[in-house]
Ligand binder design. Structure first.
Ligand SMILES: [Zn+2]
Length: 455
């Protein structure tokens, strides 16, 4: 009995100091949190009321967020900026601003794949504000902050940063979090990436029901297979679907080695891929909150039974995008995989870089009128339907043969590209593609890493 009491005493002796320490740690933590909150509140109280900037459009495309809007100020300021700020940390956002009297109309970029780089934001809580320097009656410079008001139909956004060293941040972009005031808050915190969220989606073109272009190769002779897909005269059958899959599987491995979390629309020759159903080739990137979608294809010139005089790489990009990633892709693939940029002139906008839009004629003859397409709308669904409002995704359920694209009206989408790695029906290309498939994958992975990490 006595021994027991002694034991109890001993236990208490160790537990009590531990408890005290624990209480102190908690107290310090909450005091810190409280002071932090108070500082945030103090800062928010310094923001002007009654005058707000109207945000008329905002969208995330890939790793960038773009905003458009305007503000009318009571007087002309000496200086005006767009910032993300909490009073302590302040980041100036580059913008394009037009001034008309005291009205400032602004957008963060001309390009949908530029703007606020969401990957670079610090783990803090920041507010989007207009910061001005104005002169008061005593002729002194004073700094003023103006908040922003949501003039769109869109609401809060959620963004997961790319996986870097096995870590991710979550950014909650939320309207009106402070009392009744119009505000746009970016809350950035480290998170565990949800299982169903990915960094990159790869879409190996075609599937078990559609091989894409098939050719027979016998020595230096290319010819078409029979209608049943058989190569007479001893040739070997090559299908585009298999080439696309092989390169994509190798690319997935290369990207995973670089730390990215990657998902594919199909990973076997026997898979069937839907376009617009959930996790289809037009939906998976957004279903999985991927930042990047690459459609991997191989080309053909389309001349029946003929051999293509065209050869080489074509990278197709969306509307209103800068060519940063496309240029790195062309540079890397031509250097590493022993190929050249295509010399096809149609739709060409740069070395190996292509952009194909609907023509007036295609718009007036499209299935459902009035058409949603414009002459700035990508002809390829691989870009158009993945970018939501940034790329004018058009499948709002109007087509009889397809279900609706659930993301067509989304302002939070992946950045998308279509790669035509080479011509199946060109001897130089097919030979190179057979010998260098892994090099293509390596070159693309390096390009993606360079693009996503450079900013
Ligand atoms: Zn194809």
């Amino acid at each position: 009995m006595k021994k027991r009491r002694k034991m109890k005493k001993k236990v208490l002796k160790t537990i009590i100091p531990l408890l005290i320490v624990l209480v102190l740690v908690f107290a310090a933590f909450f005091t810190y949190k409280f002071i932090f909150k108070e500082k945030e509140k103090q800062f928010l109280e310094t923001i002007e009321t009654g005058v707000y900037a109207d945000i008329t459009k905002y969208a995330i495309y890939g790793i960038h967020m773009n905003l458009e809007g305007s503000i009318t100020l009571p007087t002309t300021p000496k200086d005006i900026k767009l910032v993300l700020s909490n009073g302590q940390t302040e980041i100036e956002i580059p913008w394009i601003v037009e001034e008309q009297e005291t009205t400032y109309t602004f957008k963060t970029s001309e390009y949908i794949n530029e703007g606020i780089v969401l990957e670079d934001l610090p783990n803090e809580t920041l507010y989007l504000l207009i910061k001005t320097t104005e002169t008061n009656e005593e002729n002194e410079d004073i700094t003023k902050y103006y908040s922003v008001e949501n003039e769109t139909e869109y609401e809060n956004l959620e963004y997961y940063t790319l996986t870097k060293n096995d870590k991710n941040n979550k950014i909650d972009i939320e309207w009106n979090t402070y009392e009744e005031c119009p505000t746009l808050r970016f809350k950035i915190e480290e998170t565990t990436l949800p299982e169903d969220v990915y960094d990159i989606t790869l879409d190996p073109g075609h599937d078990a029901s559609d091989p894409g272009k098939s050719i027979c190769l016998n020595g230096n002779t290319i010819y078409d297979p029979s209608s049943s897909g058989y190569c007479y005269n001893g040739g070997t059958l090559y299908t585009e679907a298999d080439f696309n899959l092989y390169v994509s599987l190798a690319l997935k491995e290369q990207l995973e080695q670089r730390g990215f979390k990657v998902i594919m629309t199909r990973d076997s020759e026997d898979d069937y891929v839907n376009i617009y159903e959930p996790m289809g080739s037009a939906t998976m990137a957004n279903d999985t909150k991927s930042k990047l979608n690459l459609a991997i294809h191989h080309n053909s010139s389309g001349y029946d039974g003929g051999i293509s005089y065209l050869k080489g790489l074509e990278v197709y990009i969306a509307n209103d995008t800068n060519t940063d990633l496309a240029e790195i892709l062309v540079k890397n693939i031509t250097n590493t995989a022993n190929t050249t940029a295509s010399h096809k002139e149609l739709y060409k906008i740069g070395n190996g870089i292509y952009q194909r839009f609907f023509t007036e004629e295609e718009i007036t003859s499209s299935d459902v009128q009035p058409s949603r397409y414009t002459t700035n709308t990508s002809w390829y669904y691989n870009m158009r339907e993945i970018g939501g409002i940034s790329t004018n995704a058009s499948n709002d359920g109007r087509f009889e043969d397809y279900p609706m694209n659930e993301h067509y009206n989304s302002n939070n989408t992946a950045e998308a590209y279509l790669l035509e790695l080479g011509y199946m029906d060109n001897l130089t290309d097919i030979t190179n593609m057979i010998n260098n498939q892994d090099k293509y994958a390596e070159a693309i992975a390096d390009a993606i890493q360079e693009y996503l990490n450079q900013e």
